[in-house]
Design a binder for this molecule. Structure first.
Ligand code: C2O
Ligand code: CU
Ligand code: CU
Length: 447
């Protein structure tokens, strides 16, 4: 979650009082395993009534089914590839063992007709997602993604919950998914002309007057930064990539770069029958300007009793760094001209950089430096980090993240500690075209 951009956020304390949640853990029944079967294949994806595009789905749908998991309970996903091309599934944000990370670095791609079973125990409650990690610029655009929710034993429940996966899709004149736009798309990232929530163009959602809902939001777009507004009404941020934040923060908008998640408490709304926009406000992530665009609407339906209470304290997050931090590594996100390809996106001057190893248990303080003129959402696989500073300024609240926006010509200082999951890992820009163009690095976690 990236609303550490203080300029577009007014933070106020939450007035509601209640007991803090201290037990964030779960105690599974012995022997309990949650099993899913996922099958990737071509689908006719109905993006609006009567409007169908040929895409890639999981179990016949886009997004794929919501995987509902429990914190601390083994999860088993038997994945079969029925696509005409190889793929692999990445469990974005989940602290899985390296071998289960679902990248071409840790496993052989799953070829058409093959099955691979992913097994891991999700250690953290929160809103995660899964997506293709092969030929991403095509496969993710075509719809190969879904939400993965990991619930704590004592999960915070409000009056209702919505799981909303946002995406944009570029549809051409023939009504099909447009062909990749070459160098322009490679440079800017592919943005779409159809805005989708849970695979449907501009749907109408509903919420009962008087009620407060928990919304879990994922930005599955290839390149779009969503500056989310709900009709200009205030809502409360309660969680980000790695679960709940310490205390709710009331805002009127939140910025979600690609792959980012946010959990918000929405409502109560008073006027039955009112219709509010779910909008993406203007955001200039490079030279190109984007106007406000609509993702959907919310209709306020007849009043219902509310039993929801948003606690004033949600969770305690131990700061990883309390005094002056020694920076161990500088990760430079860059742009480079290339004779063969026109240009590349690079890390420390290299495409697909091989970075130094890190040691289990050793505090990592990294400066992620954006040397370019455009935003890049930095994503670390398999581990959470805390954001210490953005251009020298502390974030407004403490949180646990796996994606952070690095604004143009800016430095984001992060801290993380590799827990005992040795193996090959990676970090990259989550504008998938930039990742493909080389803005990524591999590194090893060693004991
Ligand atoms: Cu969403 Cu390499 O990740
Ligand atoms: Cu790579
Ligand atoms: Cu980028």
């Amino acid at each position: 979650m990236t609303n550490h951009r203080m300029d577009c956020m007014k933070a106020t304390a939450n007035p509601m009082e209640s007991t803090p949640i201290t037990n964030y853990g779960a105690s599974p029944e012995p022997g309990e395993v949650i099993r899913y079967r996922l099958e990737a294949g071509e689908v006719d994806w109905e993006i609006a009534p009567g409007r169908t595009v040929r895409g890639y789905g999981l179990n016949g749908q886009v997004p794929g089914p919501v995987l509902d998991a429990k914190q601390g309970v083994p999860l088993e996903i038997e994945f079969t590839n029925r696509l005409p091309e190889p793929t692999v599934i990445h469990w974005h944000g989940v602290r899985v063992p390296a071998a289960m990370d679902g990248t071409e670095v840790v496993q052989r791609l799953v070829h058409p007709g093959e099955t691979f079973t992913y097994r891991f125990i999700p250690p953290d409650a929160g809103t995660f997602w899964y997506h293709s990690h092969a030929n991403e610029t095509e496969q993710m655009e075509k719809g190969l993604y879904g939400a993965l929710i990991v619930r704590a034993a004592n999960e915070l429940t409000l009056d209702a919950e919505k799981i909303l996966v946002f995406d944009d899709l570029r549809v051409d004149k023939s009504g099909q998914i447009a062909k990749f736009g070459g160098l322009m798309d490679r440079h800017n990232g592919r943005e779409g002309n159809v805005r989708l929530i849970n695979g449907t163009s501009e749907p109408e959602l509903s919420i009962a007057a008087g009620q407060i809902e928990r919304w879990r939001i994922v930005n599955a777009s290839s390149a779009r930064y969503i500056r989310l507004s709900l009709g200009g009404r205030p809502f409360q941020i309660i969680g980000t990539d790695g679960g709940l934040i310490e205390a709710p923060v009331t805002v009127e908008e939140v910025l979600l770069p690609p792959a980012d998640r946010v959990e918000i408490a929405v409502g109560p709304f008073e006027n039955e029958g009112a219709v509010l926009g779910i909008d993406d406000l203007p955001y200039h992530r490079m030279a190109r300007k984007k106007n406000a665009e609509r993702f959907g609407t919310i209709r306020v339906t007849p009043r219902k009793v509310s039993t929801a209470l948003v606690p004033a304290r949600l969770r305690e997050i131990e700061p990883l760094v309390t005094d002056a931090a020694t920076v161990r590594r500088t990760v430079k996100l860059g742009f480079k001209m290339s004779l063969r390809r026109g240009f590349d996106f690079v890390v420390n001057g290299e495409r697909h950089h091989h970075d130094q190893q890190v040691k289990v248990g050793e505090l990592q303080v990294w400066d992620v430096v954006n040397t370019t003129m455009m935003d890049h959402p930095f994503h670390l696989h398999g581990f959470f980090f805390q954001v210490l500073e953005i251009d020298g300024k502390k974030p407004v609240w403490r949180s646990v993240e796996d994606v952070i926006n690095v604004p143009p010509k800016s430095t984001v200082r992060i801290a993380w500690v590799p827990d005992d999951r040795p193996g090959m890992w990676m970090y990259h820009c989550h504008i998938v075209e930039h990742h493909a163009a080389g803005m990524m690095a591999h590194f090893e976690v060693v004991r």
